[in-house]
Design a protein around this ligand. Sequence first.
Ligand code: ADP
Ligand code: GLC
Length: 491
Amino acid sequence: MQILSVASEVFPLVKTGGLGDVTGALPKYLRRFGIQMKTLVPGYPALLRAVKAMEPVVQFDELFGGPATLLQARAADLDLLILHAPALYERGGGPYIDDQGNDHPDNWKRFAALSAVAAEIAGGLMPQWCPDIVHTHDWQSALASVYMRYSRARHVPSVLTVHNLAFQGQFSAGILPALGLPPESHGIDCLEYHGDISFLKGGLQTANAITTVSPTYAREILTAEFGMGLEGVLNARVRDLVGIVNGIDTSIWDPASDAALVERYDYLDITPRLANRARLQTEFGLDSDDCPIFAVVSRLTWQKGMDMLATVADDLVHRGGKLIVFGRGDHDIEDRLAGVALRHPGRVAVRLGYDEHTAHLIHGGSDAIVQPSRFEPCGLTQLYALRYGSVPVVSRTGGLSETIIDANDAAMSARVATGFQFHPVNEDGLKLALHRAIAAFRDPRLWTRLQHQGMRARFSWERSAERYADLYAALLVARDGSHTPASRALG
Ligand code: ADP
Ligand code: GLC
C-alpha cells in the first residue's frame, strides 16, 4: 500500500511541536504493515540544508506566484517529496511565523500550494509513483482533499488527522479565485465558514475519514466546549471520525541510549538520573538541594495553561518546590513567568528557547513534568516524561486523561498509578495537584514506585500504527465497493 502523507513539518528535519514528531515517526512504524509512506513537505530553507541529495521529479513554471520544483529525497529514514518553491518558502522565520513572531501574511498561499500539489500527485502527476491514499494533517494540508474533490483524484480516498482544532486556517473569501477552486467550493458543505474560507472545515467536509490524536479528544470535539465552532460539522461526520492515540518514537526517546543525557539509565536502575538532575540544577542555576524539581517543556500559551502556572508558581516555591520552564510562546505569559523567576532566584528558572537537546535533558533530570493544559488533543511531553522517569502532573483533559493514571489510593495499591491529574482545570486544581506531588516526593519509596510504573507504561507507535493501517485498509475496501465508515472499521 502506498500512502502520501502531506505535512507542514516532519521531525527531525523541521519541527515546531508534536505534529512534527508524529509525521516523522508514523512512516517508520507503518513499514512493518507493508505500507510505504512518502511525505510531502514544503522546501523550507532549513529542510533544504538538512537534506543533501535531492532529485527533481516535476517542474512547475508557475505555482502560486513563482516557479517550483518537486524534489524527491531519502533522508532521516524518511521518503520525502519536497516542494521547492522559493517565492513561498525561501525566507527567514519558522514554518508559520516570521522573525518578529507574526504569521507569514501569505500562509494561505503557502499551504494551498502544498495541498494543490498533493492533489496533483494523487491524480497521477508523478509517472513512477501514485498513492492509494492521501493522509493530511491539520489545516496546513487539509485543502488537499478539497482540491481532490474537484480533480481527477476524486476517487482517491483521503484521511485528515486533526492534531489541534484551535488552528483552522481561516481566511477572507477574497482568496477564492487565487486558490484555483471552483465557486461552488465556497459552499456550506465545503470551505465556507461564516462567510470566510476555512481550510480545516474544507478538509473536514471532504476527507473520507477524519482522525484525531486520542479517543477522548475525538469525543470532546463533538461538544461546544471543545469543538471550537466546528462541532456541528464534526457531529455530522461522526461516523467517519476516530481517535487514535499518538505513540512515541522509542528509538529517539530512550533514556538508555540518549546522547543528551549526562548518564543513561533504564527502569532497572534509575540512580544514574541523579547525575542528570545535578547537571540540570547547574545549567539552570537552581540551588542544589533535595527539593523536587518541577519542569515544563512546552509552548508557553493559554492552551497549555501556562498562565495558571505563572499564578501558582509562588505557592509552589513556598511549599518547597523548584521550577524550570523551557519554551517560547505568548509574550505576556513569557513576561509573567520571567517575573516569577526574578522573584525566586535559585528556585525558579525560566529560559525562553527551543532546543531538542535541552528538552531531553530536562526529561532525564527533572523530578516531575507539569502540563496543566486547558485542552490537549494528545500531548507527547507527558509520554516522554513517563519513559524518562519524570512524574507527570497533568490536567484531566484530552489525551492527558487517558495516558496518565492518577496516583489515588486505589491506583497506588493496584500499582498502576503513573502521575497526578487534576480536575476541574483551574488554578486551585493545579495547586492541589502540585501539593499532592510534593507530599508524594517526600516519601522516596512511593515516589520511586511511581517512576517505575510510569517507565513501564507502553506508548510505543506499534499499536497506533496498526490502527492507521486498519483504517487505510478499510478505506480501500470502501473505495472498491462496500461502504465501511471509519468508526465501524475500527470497532
Ligand atoms: P504541542 O504539539 O501541542 O506543542 P505536544 O506535547 O504534542 O504539544 O508536543 C510538543 C513537542 O514539542 C514535544 O516533542 C516537545 O518536546 C517539543 N517541545 C516543546 N517545547 C520545546 C522546547 N522549548 N524545546 C524543544 N522541544 C520542545
Ligand atoms: C498538537 C496537539 C498535541 C498533540 C500534537 C501531535 O499540537 O496540541 O496535543 O500531541 O498535536 O498530535
